[in-house]
Design a protein around this ligand. Sequence first.
Ligand code: MEV
Length: 438
Amino acid sequence: MTKFYELSTAERIDRLRVEGAIGEDGLRVLTGQAEALPAVVASNMVENHIGAFPVPLGLAEHFVIDGEALRVPMAVEEPSVIAAAGNAAARIARSGGFSTSVRREGVVAQIVVTDARDGDGVDGGGKEGADRSPLDRLTEYVRAHEGEIRRVARQAHPSLERHGGGLRGVEVRGHEDGFAELDLLIDTGEAMGANVVNTIAEAVSVHCISHIDGLDPLMSILSNESAGQRAQSVARIAFDDLKTRDMDGDRVARRIVKAARFAWVSPLRAATHNKGIMNGVNAAVLATGNDTRNINAAAYADLSDRKRTWTKWTIDEDRSQLVGVIDMPLPLGAVGGAMSTLPMARLSLALLGHPSAARLMGIVASVGLASNLSAMRALVTRGIQSGHMNLQFKSLVMSAGARPEELDQVVAGLRADPAHADLAMAKRLLQRLRAESK
Ligand code: MEV
């Protein structure tokens, strides 16, 4: 059977239809641009809407995650990202695929208060208890009235408990400069839950402020830190599946471990290493209609001088395998927001078999790990450019104005002289081709 990557776009869509991976709705969305993001949908999502900004959607093949074979939708403008993820996934699949585990404890909302006498707030001076710090006042109230806080939270969003979520924890913390915060840990069920969490936080804030004297409510907002919404994925690759034409697999594996270690010791390198991971993570997150900014904020908040990246690579000498682990916050949802509104996001989720939010977290973590492996394998063997070149030449030739039927010949011309391949050369080659075919 012809390989997926060898088919034309129309043939790939038809193969998905024949396989039952997409139905009539999916077919319409993939073949009709207007269906992909109707103006009536988009204009109700953002302000001053004038159009849509499509980026390519592709499928990274060969993923086997917890025993299930998947093609993962990825939306990304950068050439090679999808091929690289699929290439690493194939090597990993030959040793059994990815094993994932997920923690989904909830999203934290911060209700931040200061002393009303510090200015800018309602003057609470003179009221009973106003001589104590905001932290003491908040702590005392929460200790005595946690049940009431839970009731207010429930009433603020009654449907959350029906969907398996709800308030899971309440904690008070103090800070320097007189800041105090009441943290609510909220299980958002299958949703990412920003609106639910912020609605509950604002309701609890109003309740607390009306019952505690002398506090100025500064803000109520979820934290994107997301330490409790984490996914881990582990992959093994036999040395033999890492070899290149010029380097044996054992050597490639050890060089990958070194490259990964270097990201832990060099902040300059860590930034790039992490960009490679986020190439895959962001593309899969965007394809499913999740909030890429939330995922990036959460992921980078996990890093510090002591933890410079989310992946670790080691050697299993007994089994002659390279072992990779990724562990990162991924506060994803599987329903609600753009996931339910955007036809393309709905299609991606359907292609993934309508995963739960936890399952989606494991899938996205695996894509991040695969992207990391692919980048490092290229870097420590033949270098990154040779693999990138083909697709980059294609974009150059398209920018030069080539028609699809002219693409291959002009790309071949650029490939013959890569040192001088640029837009001007692509234009010259195109002119020559057209002159010759007159
Ligand atoms: C390019 O988009 C990403 C890489 O630079 C990642 C890396 O260096 O690990 C190839």
